[in-house]
Design a protein around this ligand. Sequence first.
Ligand SMILES: Cc1ncc(C[n+]2csc(CCOP(=O)(O)OP(=O)(O)O)c2C)c(N)n1
Ligand SMILES: [Mg+2]
Length: 586
Amino acid sequence: MPRMTASEAFVETLVAYGVKNVFGIVGSAYMDALDLFPAAGIRFIPTAHEQGAGHMADGYSRASGRHGVCIAQNGPGITNFVTSTAAAYWAHSPVVVITPETGSSTIGLGGFQETEQLPIFSKITKYQAHVSKHPRMAELLARCFDRAMSERGPTQFNIPRDNFYGEADYDIGKPRKISRGPGAEENLTEAADLLAKAKFPVIVSGGGIIFSEGVAECVALAEQLNAPVVNSYLHNDSFPADHPLWCGPLGYQGSKAAMKLIAQADVVLALGTRLGPFGTLPQHGLDYWPKDAKIIQVDSDARMLGLVKQISVGIAGDAKETAKALQYRLANRKLESTANADARRKTINAEKAQWEAELDGWTHEKDPWSIKVAEDSSYMHPRQMLRALESAMPKDAMVSTDIGNICSVANSYLRFKRPNSMFAAMSFGNCGYALPAVIGAKVAAPERPAIAYVGDGAWGMSFNEILTCVRERIPVTAVVFHNKQWGAEKKNQVDFYGTRFIGVNLDNPSFAEIARAMGAEGVRVERLDDVGPALASACEAQKAGKTTVLEVMCTMELGDPFRRDALKYPERLLEKYRHTNVSVPG
Ligand SMILES: Cc1ncc(C[n+]2csc(CCOP(=O)(O)OP(=O)(O)O)c2C)c(N)n1
Ligand SMILES: [Mg+2]
């Protein structure tokens, strides 16, 4: 065990785990270690805000399949990581959040930049390590890396800042790749029996397929069963969209073809998905979840099995390994689904064709409020604009999406041929995710076009990171949907609160001009015909190191709301508020 300083042990552990990029904002707390980064071959990427750094680490890990790492100053720098860590938690991203803490000899005295940093993150991390003595530096940091990967989520490395100093004999860890198996024999046999007898099997391909690098195995199993494959919510890149068995995503603003097909299933194989409640809610008026079907759920976390949906068989396994094992068990067996394969293929094709035709014809939203606001506007219908972006999408693009009405509607228009291509804000659903996430993704895959879809409200929370793109020459394209409103929330006021608008209208400056002032390119797009060419040239400009903000002018029309499931019409009891009552339609 070589003798070294604690800072050296810290940096050497990062090197041992293959860390090449660390996102953060400088701070005295870890300056002794930071000073070593260049000599260690680690790029420190300074950001505009620590939340941005956390999302970048998340995007980096999602694009690369490797760890993302972020670091900041004790106290306020660390509390700025809360939202990004929660987002990474729900995206299952292996982000190592390094949180230097106030010095151990003065803790509790209320000195400078002090707060208890472990309780804050206790519910949004998979593991927390606290370095109480510097000789444990390397051991605990290595554990944070291993657990982030094996438990698929952020881990926290909390270190009182004085523990960056001192000497010891450190044993530098090596990454431990602990593979999960396909699940228990008896569960696999049960699942294979159900699948062999299924007349209309449907596969849900989830994030676990991406994380386990199991797309090829999922494709092989789908082909063996002639089973339509639907993507779990916001994992549109979990199955190749150009495959004949691909049917599109479930969930909010997802594919009607996917929903209508899964509704007919007698057996559902949910591969690598927790079947989260928000991702399986009724949509487009379709209550599609097949209540009488046998459900086989595969998840690497046994606690997710049967948590949300009733299941017939639960398999605690690695999605890829389970898909392989099932394929093996089904080979040379008589499969009921073979007999009617042609008919089912026809059904799949017909549903897909119908949905495409519906999308082509769905040029604008058809509710009375949307029709009225669009009539008075010369700007673009969001759906037409999203279709134009889809057609112009460059090959091999990575797209991050924010939380908002237009970003959500985009779900139907985002198709990918390969995994690690779509980075949505997942179930934590925080506005301000998409730009920093795609910046991190671009660092991980500089050769791929990187595009963020962001609403104008969410843009206000995150456009500071354009500074990072320019300063650090990380070229991305941001498509900002300028509709002058916090649209997703306004939709609730339209549908449930008698179109009384409170806090939802946005009087914005020109985001294209702001982008130019920040040193990026800024382009305002008002006409549908200009959308595709603008996206293409902005992505081309990435090759020359240029970041572009496309300010896309949209009407105020709004698609279906997020939370129809959770809102009620107001019913006030006090006289002074009675005028706000809205009577239930119909
Ligand atoms: C951090 C955060 N704050 C508030 C919300 C609640 N919220 C959800 S969608 C939304 C509106 C988004 O507006 P915008 O980004 O302009 O997109 P649009 O809906 O107009 O397309 C808000 C405020 C949230 N999800 N995250
Ligand atoms: Mg908006």
